[in-house]
Design a binder for this molecule. Structure first.
Ligand SMILES: Nc1ncnc2c1ncn2[C@@H]1O[C@H](COP(=O)(O)OP(=O)(O)OP(=O)(O)O)[C@@H](O)[C@H]1O
Ligand SMILES: [Mg+2]
Length: 250
C-alpha cells in the first residue's frame, strides 16, 4: 500500500509549495512512484509542477451528467466514472498527476469528493506515494477527503492566527475520527524552532520549520516550475533534513 500524504492549513501558508517540494524530493531520491492529486478547486499544483492541466474530474462529471448516453449500456455509471478518471491521470516526467477541479453543475461538489475518496483508496495500491494538495481551511476535513491519510502535514507560518488554525484542524480531525495515522505541524517561512509552548497548544506533533526562501518567491513571480529551483536552495536543504519522517514507510 502506498503512503498517502495530505496537506492542510490556512490559506496561503505554503501547502502547494511544500507538496511540490515533497514530490520533487521523492522523485530525485528515486524512492518510489508518485501520484500527485490536486484537490484544490482553485488548482495550481499542476502549474508549480510545470505541467499544463488537461481534463479534471469535475469536467468529467459535468460531461457525464450532461451526456448520460455516454455511459455504455450495461455498465454501472460509477464504473464508467472510475474508468474516465483513470484516463484523466496525466503521466509526467517522474510522477503522475490527477486534478479534481470542480464541476460547474450545481450540487455535485460532494460527488467529486466521493470520487476522490474511492480513487485514492483504489490507487493507493498502484503508487508508493500519493500526495494530496488540499484547499485552504477545514472543509476538506469535514468532507472527509483526507479521511484516511497516513500523514497529514498541517502547514502554518509562525503567526498566532496560523497556529490557531492548525489547532482547529487537529481538533476537527479528532472530532471527526478521521483515520489519519499521524499529523504533523510544519512551520513555514520561519528560520528557527518556534517556542515549545506554541507547538504544544496546537496539539500536533512538531515536524520542524522551513525557512523563508526568496528563490521560492522568484519562482512564483516567474511562474516557473519547482523543478527549476536551485538544488542548493535553503528550503530544499531544510526539507531534506526533515525528510525521513515524511517519506519513510512505517
Ligand atoms: N518558504 C517560503 N519562502 C518564500 N515564499 C514562500 C514560502 N512558502 C510559500 N511561499 C509563497 O507563499 C505563497 C503561498 O504559498 P502556497 O500557494 O504554497 O500556499 P497555499 O497554502 O497552497 O495557499 P492556498 O491556501 O491559497 O492554496 C506563494 O506565493 C509562495 O511562493
Ligand atoms: Mg494551495
Amino acid at each position: 500500500m502506498g503512503r498517502i500524504i495530505a496537506m492542510a492549513g490556512k490559506g496561503g501558508m505554503g501547502k502547494t509549495t511544500i507538496a511540490s517540494l515533497i514530490i520533487r524530493r521523492i522523485r530525485e531520491k528515486k524512492i518510489g512512484s508518485v501520484l500527485a492529486i490536486d484537490a484544490d478547486p482553485n488548482s495550481n499544483l499542476g502549474e508549480i509542477l510545470g505541467f499544463k492541466p488537461g481534463c479534471d474530474v469535475g469536467a468529467i462529471l459535468d460531461d457525464i451528467s450532461a451526456n448520460p448516453e455516454k455511459v455504455p449500456t450495461g455498465m454501472p455509471k460509477e464504473r464508467f466514472i472510475e474508468y474516465q478518471v483513470q484516463s484523466a491521470i496525466q503521466e509526467e516526467d517522474g510522477f503522475d498527476i490527477l486534478s479534481m477541479g470542480k464541476p460547474e453543475g450545481p450540487g455535485c461538489y460532494c460527488y467529486v469528493n466521493n470520487v476522490l475518496r474511492s480513487v485514492v483508496s483504489k490507487l493507493s495500491k498502484d503508487y508508493d506515494y500519493i500526495i494530496i494538495d488540499n484547499e485552504a481551511g477545514l472543509e476538506h476535513l469535514s468532507r472527509r477527503t483526507s479521511c484516511f491519510a497516513d500523514l497529514l502535514i498541517v502547514v502554518s507560518d509562525a503567526s498566532s492566527i496560523g497556529l490557531k488554525s492548525a489547532r482547529r484542524i487537529k481538533e476537527l480531525s479528532t472530532q471527526l475520527k478521521l483515520k489519519i495515522k499521524k499529523s504533523f505541524l510544519l512551520v513555514n517561512r520561519f528560520n528557527e524552532d518556534i517556542e515549545k509552548r506554541k507547538i504544544e497548544e496546537t496539539g500536533l506533533e512538531y515536524l520542524g520549520f522551513l525557512p523563508e526562501d526568496p528563490s521560492i518567491g522568484e519562482l512564483s513571480l516567474k511562474g516557473a516550475s519547482i523543478f527549476t529551483l536551485d538544488k542548493n536552495a535553503p528550503i530544499l536543504t531544510a526539507l531534506n533534513s526533515l525528510g525521513e519522517k515524511i517519506w519513510k514507510h512505517n
